[in-house]
Design a protein around this ligand. Structure first.
Ligand code: SAH
Ligand code: SF4
Length: 358
């Protein structure tokens, strides 16, 4: 049987465990500090704990939920980490340096792109994560543990997180929220909620639930089509939650939140990149006061979709700007390291026979 991972234990759960072991409650703070602040990689390194307690911990918990399996670096210093899970599955996280255009050349801020599931059940037609279907949800230790592991490997702090890796975070709502409690908790990772961005393909009931959450977590929507006609073709989720329903939920979201919403829009040649779509997208964005993030499509092995010419991407962006919408054109970082979500894990799992090739 696999032991539970220590970084998955909330401060309350850990205190309860200590109580059951007959240990004093102040040990919880010490253990949490070793795990989350000092980020030790062995129980023996927890030098202020009695040896007997260290042994009990080692017999009851794994110190990490993930094993580092591979790092890919890219020319722009984006790094992608592949992690092996206890059941042999893989997930990946991408460490992205600050965008100098946004933060200035000297900024040393870093964002980690975190996965929430192994695979994804939503089957968007352009996405590597959806390609091989859904395997399982990540548990809270596997989600929050990606941040710990990335900081350990890189020897650098992570300043912000985007839930834009593999999986649909809002389809794993309970574990996601438990992971966020660990990530933002003062005794655990202690990152500010406003430095977290959840990206969703548009799960309306969960968006509404998240809107009621007291923390100021940011939300990004994978929009990728301004009309039901276009969105239906590439994102099956739109059949369940069509554009009008999604917009109504986002309008309500704004009522309780200070931060601007982001509409993510991948530009795919001949699919969603007409200037007519740009005009309709502009109207939606204005309606919910959202900024738009345009991303030229990142080619996925085995899929026929292509990115439009950069000049066309700029023309699409101009339509938005002319309509008074804040629109950035993101030239993907890490294009040379399989950076689009799910690609590295897909290669490894296919090679190891976990995924049958179609
Ligand atoms: N399931 C969530 C979060 C993970 S996907 C969601 O869909 O929002 C993170 C982002 O990467 C999404 O905006 C997704 O549409 C985008 N993406 C997927 N495949 C891509 C590709 N090949 N090129 C560029 N972006 C891609
Ligand atoms: Fe899943 Fe998001 Fe990829 Fe769609 S874009 S298949 S929801 S990970």
């Amino acid at each position: 049987m696999t032991l539970p991972a220590l970084p998955g234990q909330s401060p309350e759960a850990l205190s309860l465990w200590l109580h059951e072991q007959g240990e004093p409650s102040f040990r919880a703070k010490q253990i949490l500090e070793w795990v989350w602040k000092k980020k030790v990689v062995s129980f023996d390194a927890m030098t202020n704990l009695p040896a007997a307690l260290r042994e009990k911990l080692a017999a009851s918990f794994r110190l990490s939920a993930l094993t580092h399996s591979q790092t890919q670096g890219s020319a722009d210093t984006t790094r992608k980490f592949l992690f092996k899970l206890h059941d042999g599955r893989y997930v990946e996280s991408v460490l992205i340096p600050a965008n100098p255009a946004l933060y200035g050349e000297k900024s040393d801020r870093r964002t980690l792109c975190v996965s929430s599931q192994v695979g994804c059940a939503y089957g968007c037609k352009f996405c590597a994560s959806g390609l091989a279907g859904f395997a399982r949800n990540l548990d809270p230790a596997e989600i929050a543990g990606q941040v710990l592991a990335a900081e350990q490997i890189a020897g650098e702090r992570v300043d912000s997180l985007v839930f834009m890796g593999m999986g649909e975070p809002l389809a794993n709502f309970k574990n996601l929220m438990a992971a966020i409690a660990l990530i933002t908790g003062p005794e655990t990772l202690h990152l500010g909620a406003r430095h977290l961005t959840i990206s969703t393909s548009g799960l309306v009931p969960q968006i509404r639930e998240l809107a009621d959450h007291p923390q100021q977590i940011r939300l990004a929507i994978s929009f990728h089509g301004a009309t039901d006609e276009v969105r239906d073709r590439i994102m099956p989720v739109n059949k369940k939650y069509p554009v009008a329903e999604l917009m109504a939920a986002l309008d309500d979201w704004n009522a309780g939140k200070k931060q601007k919403l982001t509409l993510e829009y991948i530009l795919i040649q001949g699919v969603n990149d007409s200037l007519e779509q740009a005009g309709i997208l502009a109207r939606h964005a204005r309606g919910i006061r959202a900024k738009v993030n345009l991303i030229p499509y990142n080619t996925v092995e085995g899929l026929e979709w292509k990115r439009p010419a950069i000049s066309h991407c700029r023309a699409f962006q101009e339509v938005l700007k002319d309509a008074g919408v804040m629109a950035t054109l993101r030239i993907e970082k890490g294009h040379d390291i399989d950076a689009a979500c799910g690609q590295l894990r897909l290669k490894r799992e296919t090679a190891e026979g976990l995924i049958q090739e179609a």
